[in-house]
Design a binder for this molecule. Sequence first.
Ligand code: BT5
Length: 259
Amino acid sequence: MNEYHLKYSLSRLKFGVLRYFDSIGSTNDEALAWAADGAPDLSIVLAEEQTSGRGRLNRKWFTPKGTALAFSLILRPTAIQRPHLSRIVGLAALSIIDALALRGLDAQIKWPNDILINGEKVAGILVETVWTGDDVDAVVIGVGVNVMQAAVPPADLLNFPAASIEKTLGVNPDSEQLFHDILAGVNAWLPRMDTDAFIKTWDKKLAFRGQQVQIYVEGKAPIIGEVAGLEADGSLRLRDAHDNFVIIRFGDVSLRPSA
Ligand code: BT5
């Protein structure tokens, strides 16, 4: 990507300030520090390469140079958005899914934070919060998308099958345009984050609906149930073997389809 060209291509969209890096440790780390230091709303940190990209629980996220989209978006929640902060992962997911749909790709959400195409992970989302006392000062939405197949780590380093847009489309998509389209999605969904339509659309995109899955929380026995849908706050609703609903709250949980 070319920084000047990128900024020009985004000129019709709403965002704060864009910081572009050839190489960085983690865009989320940079964005968290910048958010604490007064970054304007909707500012972006974008990098061609991450040398210590992070997933949840400090798992590694691979971003080899020039193969992937890696960015972090800083959101300063308004009074209307504040009651819906748990929906922010959905905001990112729907924005990515819409951008993929523009390329003819039908993606689903492996709740809570993975984007799948044909059952393989092509993107991951990491939402982190900057607090001032008890108040949320900013939310950082980190997004990694495997654009080229070279972004996908070797299978032995993966905890779930992964793929890239290049593999699925058979051609290498334009990362700049992809980023533009994801940001356009954020612009479109953000004002609607408090609506029922937002939850319904997010809900429709869940992977494994009606299928049995297992939910892993570190140190606990797995929870087994069928994916039934989302609660209003974006929590996952499972139907257990006794036909009771079990609500899985956000947190460091992993979902796997039952064998
Ligand atoms: C995620 O975590 O999926 C969130 C990934 C967020 C990455 C973005 S990139 C921009 C921003 N800056 C950062 O430092 N991070 C964010 P999790 O669900 O914990 O999945 C992590 C797991 O995915 C790892 O343990 C690997 O097994 C696997 N993985 C690592 N790199 C991958 C890749 N490029 N594609 C698919 N899977 C990968």
